[in-house]
Design a protein around this ligand. Sequence first.
Ligand SMILES: [Zn+2]
Length: 234
Amino acid sequence: MNNLLRIFTFTLLPIFLIACGGSNSDSNDIAGVDGIRENIITSNMSGGFPWNGSSSTRTALKIWSIDVDGLIPVKHKNIPEAIYALNEIEMKTGKILFDRNSIINTPDQEVERGLVFSFGTALGPNGVEANGCGHVGAVGGSVSYPQGWYDADGHIQGPLQVNIDSDQPGGCTNGSNMNKIAVHEVGHALGLGAHFTGFGIGDIYDDNMWNALYNMYRNQPLTDIEGLTIEKAF
Ligand SMILES: [Zn+2]
């Protein structure tokens, strides 16, 4: 492991991953338009992990471009929590986002664009741990995102693996929250990077996450901070 990767792993990953198994309270205030904007900026438009692409996209919006590239291919493997998350996200955003068929028979390692779910492979910042209930990374289970998972046009392409639950001794097997954790992790895969209040801080997620995703997917990729159009939907 080179020094750069070492710094990356030990300073940035814990901030990102530590609350993916977070609490399940419902006590956060729901931000208004200004707060929604701040949450999107914090999570998607400020650089930092997992935004490892060109600096020209650092402060621009990065999302899957359904209009240009098509629906997001997903390989959910009939994992109930995965299907729950896909359904919930499409309902709350009011958009069909996912193509649930086209890569169903494609081997994980051959998926070029899309999301691959994996049950039992979740890791925390220190590897297998009780709070490591879910993470997103490269196909194969890495906690690092692949290079090129989004392009210079701000289009997320993946391929990304969405890991939930752990089948390892000492790992997270918090079944009662696993639906919520699956939603949270797909939120990461849709372009939420850093946690904010109502997304991994305070709650696994609440309406603050829904407001962020709802608005991200009603703006165009590469929109800059001044150009963001925001409405409070929840
Ligand atoms: Zn998280």
